[in-house]
Design a protein around this ligand. Structure first.
Ligand SMILES: Nc1ncnc2c1ncn2[C@@H]1O[C@H](COP(=O)(O)OP(=O)(O)O)[C@@H](O)[C@H]1O
Ligand SMILES: [Mg+2]
Length: 290
């Protein structure tokens, strides 16, 4: 039996996959989510979400996708890794994933063919059919300058009232540098935000929220307050690190036949990691194999 069932959960509470069902709306996550949706509704073009590794960008993107799926006025694609060797391959990927028809006979379409086909598609969907076409790009710091330029050209494509392509870029902080290097890209951003690590209270709420979402119904707290403070001290509120440490804490608790996670248990886990050669710093959990 899996460890989480033995503890009375229906699902794994601290899986590191970006499952939108486990999305806790912290102040910043909620602000980002709500504002991106508003921008999409108003068809204002470009939203940018920045954040360090493990702050919740991918989880937020899955939450957006979950919302967009429910709408029938919206056509979207999420690109998980936008590293392409050249602009043509990048445009090919857009054409393929949106199912954009190419003119008959364009066997080896040129970059211009791809761009024109995309623009025709954006016009057809956006103006004739009154739909929103949304492209979400995760790991957007990997976009090279040529792909950024292709996006900039697509963002130029608009009616008097709205942009025809809605673009959401989520990426690590280097994304800002690449945006700044493309002339006229920065001033096209209609909403930008940065996800920061959680504060202590929000970290606790995230932990309790995930425990509840996973179907834990007992009244007994699984994490004591001193354990939570210890977890905060070492994770600094980075959701990925919090998730990984909580997962390990529950597993260790079960193996030791205990019923709560206390400070000593959390400390043992951290010490064990140190024995495996990791420094006891806040980088510890990011690098370790929880
Ligand atoms: N708002 C959130 N609510 C619940 N869990 C979250 C949240 N944000 C991140 N996490 C958890 O943290 C981990 C890393 O999140 P992820 O979205 O992959 O970060 P990033 O893409 O910024 O590196 C995942 O396990 C995810 O479940
Ligand atoms: Mg990510």
């Amino acid at each position: 039996m899996s460890y989480y069932r033995a503890l009375g959960f229906e699902r794994e509470p601290f899986s590191t996959s970006p499952d939108p069902e486990f999305f806790y709306s912290s102040r910043e996550h909620d602000r980002a989510f709500t504002n991106v949706l508003i921008e999409l509704r108003l068809k204002r073009g470009l939203s940018v979400v920045l954040g360090d590794v493990g702050t919740g960008k991918t989880t937020l993107s899955r939450k957006l996708v979950q919302d967009l799926r429910k709408r029938d006025d919206c056509i979207f694609h999420i690109m998980l890794d936008p590293s392409f060797e050249n602009r043509s391959l990048f445009m090919h990927s857009i054409v393929k994933n949106f199912g954009i028809p190419l003119e008959a006979g364009s066997q080896g379409p040129t970059l211009t063919d791809l761009r024109e086909a995309t623009e025709r598609f954006l016009f057809q969907k956006g103006v004739v059919e009154n739909k929103s076409v949304v492209l979400i790009i995760d790991e957007a710091q990997k976009l090279d300058p040529m792909s950024m330029e292709a996006l900039r050209l697509l963002l130029n494509y608009e009616t008097n009232q709205f942009k025809l392509l809605q673009l959401v870029l989520l990426g690590q902080n280097e994304l800002l540098t690449s945006i700044q290097q493309i002339p006229n890209f920065m001033d096209r951003i209609s909403f930008k935000t940065r996800l920061n690590p959680l504060d202590l209270e929000e970290m606790k709420e995230l932990i309790f929220f995930r425990i509840e979402q996973a179907g834990y119904r007992s009244k007994m707290d699984l994490f004591l307050q001193d354990a939570l403070s210890e977890i905060y001290q070492f994770t600094k509120g980075y959701p990925r690190q919090v998730t990984m440490l909580c997962h390990k804490a529950l597993k260790t608790m079960l193996m030791r036949n205990k019923s709560v996670v206390d400070r000593a248990l959390v400390n043992d886990i951290l010490e064990e990691e140190v024995q495996f050669g990791w420094q006891r710093t806040n980088r510890l959990l990011q690098n370790s194999s929880f």
